[in-house]
Design a protein around this ligand. Structure first.
Ligand code: CAA
Length: 287
């Protein structure tokens, strides 16, 4: 198995910028790609901040941080990543967009390169159809937010994904200092099939007045040793993302229990999407 030296990361939001960072600090040349210039700027300053923090906390030397910084470049289109050994798509959860990027990866990346998607709710099997007869090299590589901190990569085997692609993906995730765990291409995979109904239930508990949002979170934080409570976590993930994933579970699994809580729906309708809009369950505007 040839060593992976370079990676195109398409999408420079919270997930894409985290993936590019993780690649760079583990010795992989990362091409960070996004059509929105401000998004690339944000990714760059996130990388600067996180590297500086790594040095301050003695997780890496100044030399390591400088080398990692030198391994990331920022581009508005994928042609700059021509010949890269690997691709990870981390664009927004839009099937048509993800398929378009998948087809571009097939055309631009090196021959034999794996085309990974960081989707959290779309079938990998569906996205892979855009790669035509090369669908065997399309795989799900589901990272978790914040990427540098969370140890897991959920590796998703689509219907056409070859065993060799899965094996290469598991090896690359381990090299990126993550623990890969394999799951099949079913709605929400394992992570969101289990996590999202819990978050949805926390909204019901709030709606029904079982406790305040703060107390619901505190109960789950202290009683269940979750690093943050489910409502605070929903704000971190994005309420729109939580809502969309519940809709996917509901539509694909056909059970009422997956229908998004009306309170979650209402907050999304009001544009209160969590940390990214300054307000979700909690108010972040003064921080
Ligand atoms: N990037 C890099 N490092 C980060 C970071 C980020 N965005 N956010 C936090 N950190 C680091 C901090 O720098 C800090 O490390 P140092 O002090 O050593 O530098 C460490 O993480 C802890 O951070 P804080 O002290 O600020 O706060 P905390 O102790 O409350 O931890 C947290 C924050 C890591 C986010 C923690 O609360 C946590 O693990 N929460 C749960 C996150 C989770 O479940 N994520 C999965 C979401 S689901 C998903 O992503 C997939 C999907 O499909 C929806």
């Amino acid at each position: 198995m040839a060593e992976i030296k370079s990676m195109a990361v398409i999408g420079a939001g919270a997930m894409g910028s985290g993936i590019a960072y993780q690649a760079a600090i583990t010795g992989i040349r990362a091409y960070q790609i996004d059509v929105i210039p401000e998004q690339l700027e944000r990714a760059k300053s996130y990388h600067e901040r996180t590297l500086a923090r790594g040095v301050e906390k003695q997780r890496m030397t100044q030399g390591d941080a400088d080398a990692a910084r030198g391994r990331i470049s920022y581009h508005s289109d994928m042609t700059h990543a021509e010949g890269a050994d690997w691709g990870v798509e981390a664009a927004s959860e839009d099937v048509a967009l993800k398929k378009k990027i998948c087809a571009q990866m097939r055309d631009v990346l090196a021959e034999g390169a794996v085309m990974a998607t960081n989707t959290s709710s779309i079938y990998v099997t569906d996205i892979a159809t855009a790669a035509g007869h090369e669908a065997d090299r399309v795989v799900g590589m589901h990272f978790f937010n914040p990427v540098p901190v969370m140890k897991l990569v959920e590796v998703i085997k689509g219907l056409a994904t070859s065993d060799e692609t899965v094996e290469r993906t598991m090896a690359l995730a381990a090299r990126m200092d993550k623990t890969p765990v394999l799951a099949n291409d079913r709605p929400g995979f394992v992570s969101n099939r289990v996590l999202m109904p819990m978050i949805n239930e926390a909204f019901y508990a709030w709606l029904e007045g079982v406790a305040s949002p703060e107390d619901i979170d505190q109960i789950m934080h202290l009683g269940m040793a979750h690093p943050m409570g489910p409502l605070r976590l929903a704000d971190l993930i994005g309420l729109d993302v939580c809502h969309n994933i519940m809709m996917v579970l509901h539509d694909e699994l056909g059970q009422d229990k997956y229908f998004p809580c009306p309170l979650l729906r209402q907050l999304v309708t009001a544009g209160r999407l969590g940390e990214k809009t300054g307000r979700g369950v909690y108010d972040y505007s003064k921080k």
